[in-house]
Design a protein around this ligand. Sequence first.
Ligand code: GDP
Ligand code: MG
Length: 163
Amino acid sequence: MSNIVAIVGRPNVGKSTFFNRLIQKREAIVDSVSGVTRDRNYGKSEWNGKEFSVIDTGGYIKGSDDIFEGEIRKQVELAIDEADAIVFLVDVEEGITPMDNEVAKLLRKVTKPVLLVVNKVDNAKREQDAFEFYNLGLGEYVTMSGMSGSGTGEVLDKIVEIL
Ligand code: GDP
Ligand code: MG
């Protein structure tokens, strides 16, 4: 099995909400390995007949204080090692944060495909707000509302395209 996509990003951007949507009615496999690897959920998904595995990262990381930055870095580095493609989730409500820039810096060096997804684009105004994410230096992005499901089809199209 080599179709593994990891969802990375700082806390509260909507990673788990999107993960749960992807693995709908499927079972999340909770990793029992201790340490940082425990902080991940694994699930299976399928789109247009293509099956793939999904890793939701950073489950136990709460808040946004400095002490968590190292943890997020570890999660991203693990995801880069383990996955075939990376979905980098950011949040249009909050805009670009220093932690987003840190993650972007790591991902700019990666040779594996990275898909930048601007989440919480719940309405047309937020579509305009999303432009600022070009400043992350990762090129094109796709927008979605992981909560309502709007745009998630396009995100899935892109995911199976890059896997
Ligand atoms: P995680 O920490 O990255 O896993 O984020 P969660 O999936 O736990 O979501 C954090 C918060 O953002 C929750 O209150 C979600 O309901 C909310 N959220 C997730 N996706 C969306 C979205 O598309 N729009 C809005 N407005 N809120 C969202
Ligand atoms: Mg989560």
